[in-house]
Design a protein around this ligand. Structure first.
Ligand code: FAD
Length: 415
């Protein structure tokens, strides 16, 4: 069997893998990226957060993306029972990027990988990592090509960015149950022939159609739109038929969007992902680190997936570079702790979303603009800014405020 050598082997060419590869190459390391699919390939995760723009810029991937004319996302709209809560990223507590994109990921990820190739990085498509063994920090990874040949790569360090493939969690038995309740999602793309002109047509929206159940509408600059429902697994399972029949029935729940969406052909058979939340026992080991979705996936409601992919991809690459240059890395302190801090903030927000405390804040009128700008910073992905009390006290800030609002409302109802 053929055998090759590299400094860093990266599994998967999604946003996490591309950011890691670009950084490590920038610092002069030999990198090989192994990608199972042929690009362009569909993947879900189309609404980005402004914090990712920092990561793309730092590793030299911003310009290639900016040239594509992806739809700009300046904020996000949430709606429930006719009340609208509009977050504008330019009005957020933490300084930083105030816009990002909403993107068809097939095009987005292809742009990223083309740029890696332009930079001279070795990206191998249609090759699958099938096994790995470690000898200290050195590893031997087995790879199968699309024609069925097998070869190995001896690497000084491995970054697993395999997303839903969860290569190392599977091979090293690192999976653990998620702390979040079981939710599922069903989604597709449409042509959006009734898209209104102007801002209404391009605004990304989360429409809460019933307790714990919401619809996303993500318009793209190419005229197509992503639509998808999220809800408790039992609720989604209660719909019968094909995924197309299920999604068509679910559309009826949205008073706001039904007319715009009801007659649209689905551009592909809707995809159903059951129990999408994932977690792992550890984020690193001797000679490897897990990044992006391969480590942890929470929930799509705040579009945090790609932001974590780029944040963890960049941090992992920086630490791998440091280690490969002979400086010891404390992976627990320098990687797990900061990543878990961000995960903990979003986990609190997601729990408070589904128990409706956060919705109480979003839809209470009149709005408290000081609170709103602090929550807006979290929604932009700035979850490591501890000067923001809604980050620092993420586990109680929202529930305490919701409690006060609920008491005031109860008093008004029964003076
Ligand atoms: P991916 O983008 O999944 O890339 C991993 C790559 O690894 C793939 O190309 C795959 O082919 C490759 N691979 C897998 N196995 C192997 C193997 N054995 N060998 C080689 N290569 C392999 N996130 C957002 O930010 N915004 C959203 O709006 C959003 N919506 C979502 C909606 C739903 C319903 C769900 C479930 C998730 C959503 N996410 C969203 C999350 C988002 O999909 C992921 O967080 C994001 O794609 C993770 O990026 P990644 O680079 O870690 O992995």
């Amino acid at each position: 069997m053929n055998s090759e050598k590299t400094k860093v082997l990266i599994i998967g060419a999604g946003p996490a893998g591309c950011v890691s590869a670009a950084y490590l190459h920038q610092k002069g390391n030999d990198v090989i990226v192994i990608e199972k699919s042929k690009f362009p390939r569909f993947v879900i995760g189309e609404s980005l957060l402004p914090i990712s723009m920092e990561h793309f810029t730092e590793v030299g991937l911003f310009d290639c993306l900016d040239k594509q004319g992806f739809e700009k996302k300046h904020g996000a709209r949430f709606m429930r029972d006719g009340v609208v809560s509009l977050f504008d990223f330019s009005k957020k507590f933490t300084p930083g990027w105030d816009w990002t994109w909403q993107v068809p990921r097939a095009d987005f990820d292809q742009t990223l990988t083309e740029e890696l190739i332009n930079k001279g990085i070795d990206v191998r498509f249609e090759q699958e990592v099938t096994d790995i063994s470690f000898n200290g920090t050195h590893s031997v990874t087995s790879i199968r090509t699309k024609t069925g040949e097998n070869y190995t790569i001896d690497a000084e360090f491995v970054i697993d960015s395999s997303g839903y493939g969860r290569v190392l969690p599977r091979l090293l038995n690192l999976d653990k149950p998620s702390a979040l309740p079981e939710h599922s999602s069903i989604f597709t793309h449409i042509k959006d022939t009734k898209r209104p002109v102007g801002k209404e047509g391009t605004l990304i929206t989360f429409d809460i159609v019933k307790s714990q159940v919401w619809l996303w509408v993500i318009p793209f600059s190419n005229g197509t739109t992503s639509i998808g429902f999220v809800g408790p697994t039992k609720f989604i399972e209660s719909y019968e038929g094909t995924t197309e029949e299920k999604l068509r029935a679910l559309l009826k729940l949205s008073d706001y969007y039904y007319d715009r969406l009801k007659d649209e052909a689905f551009l592909f058979e809707p995809i159903l992902i059951n129990n999408y939340s994932k977690s792992v026992k550890q984020l690193y080991g001797d000679g490897y680190v897990l990044t992006g979705n391969s480590s942890e996936f929470l929930d799509p409601v705040f579009s945090s997936g790609v932001a974590f992919a780029t944040a963890s991809g960049l941090l992992a690459a920086k630490l791998a570079n440091k280690q490969l240059n002979g400086t010891a890395v404390n992976w627990q302190k320098e990687y797990t702790e900061p990543i878990n801090k961000g995960v903990a903030v979003f986990t609190s927000y997601i729990k408070d979303w589904y128990n409706e405390d956060l919705q109480t804040l979003f839809f209470h009128r009149p709005e408290n603009l000081e609170v709103k700008e602090k929550i807006c910073a979290v929604l932009a992905g700035y979850v490591w800014d501890e000067s923001n009390p809604f980050v620092k006290k993420h586990d109680r800030a929202i529930s305490s405020l919701a409690h006060i609002i609920n008491m005031e409302e109860a008093k008004k109802a029964n003076p």
